[in-house]
Design a protein around this ligand. Sequence first.
Ligand SMILES: C[S@@+](CC[C@H](N)C(=O)[O-])C[C@H]1O[C@@H](n2cnc3c(N)ncnc32)[C@H](O)[C@@H]1O
Length: 304
Amino acid sequence: MIRYLAAATGIALLDRIPGGTRIYRRLGELTQAKRRGYELPLLRAGIRTVQQSLELTDPGDRIMDLGTGWYFKDALLYALAGRFEVVAYDVRDLARMGYVHNYLDLLAAHADEIGQAWELPVRPIRERLDDWRRCDKLESLLTAAGIERIVGPADCMPIRDESLSHISSYCVLPHVPLALLTEELRELHRCLRPGGHMLHLIGYEDHLSFYDQRVKPFSYYRFEDRTYRLLFESSLKYQNRLLWPDFRDLFESAGFTVLEETGLIDDNHLAAIERLQPELPKRFRRHPVRELAKTHSWALLRKN
Ligand SMILES: C[S@@+](CC[C@H](N)C(=O)[O-])C[C@H]1O[C@@H](n2cnc3c(N)ncnc32)[C@H](O)[C@@H]1O
């Protein structure tokens, strides 16, 4: 718990002092320089995202990776498939060429696996990667990969009505405050063509618990909103603590149909959550134990 509190306090402090955001990001760069981009489970999730989009789209379709992050994880995979116009959208610029090169190395090491998963010949995949790995500037890489990069607001995207065929995000929506999320889903609905799909990976685990293995990833449901906001919330590591039923209602209110939701449940935690549930604030207590035990959801939606 001490590590958890230290992380929460440190991050909240950096969030409030002038220059704190810069220090937080710099610390992230120093600690992650060799690791970020090399995460194989994340690559495999991305391979699956693109595999699903290949089944739902046509060649030449315009596709968006929302909240594209530090190294354009899914945007580069879409580009690697060689059949989409790709938009990489984020509300801030987190990308660093060092992380991108880590990721390109990982892609090259798994080119066969990628080709097999997508049922595409591996040779063009390798050729694209060779070409991209020669780029030493982000801008030249994005040009070579044909990725349109946009850093812009969430609630007013500089994207034409109904010009996207498909949108996906990976661990983005849990980081958006409720009011903005409501606006952003309306905006995504505007940008997506009728019948177009969205695929979102939503993670529910308390990200501060990653600093302290003794703290359970669902313990943050214990706190009332006011207490949580005061002690733990920060814009640097913001989490909205929404659960799947909340997301489902938001998607439906924005005009999407939920076609499929695959929830991943940590069975090891079920008994503990069952014991904890009666003590939780009303906002969380009203949800079934299996919702509280979910670590992630994959949600596939269609624009009505
Ligand atoms: C945990 S990171 C995930 C990055 C990337 N999707 C990946 O898997 O590597 C969350 C990302 O969401 C972005 N983000 C935060 N709020 C957003 C919003 N309202 N709309 C779009 N992206 C947002 C952040 O800037 C960050 O890049």
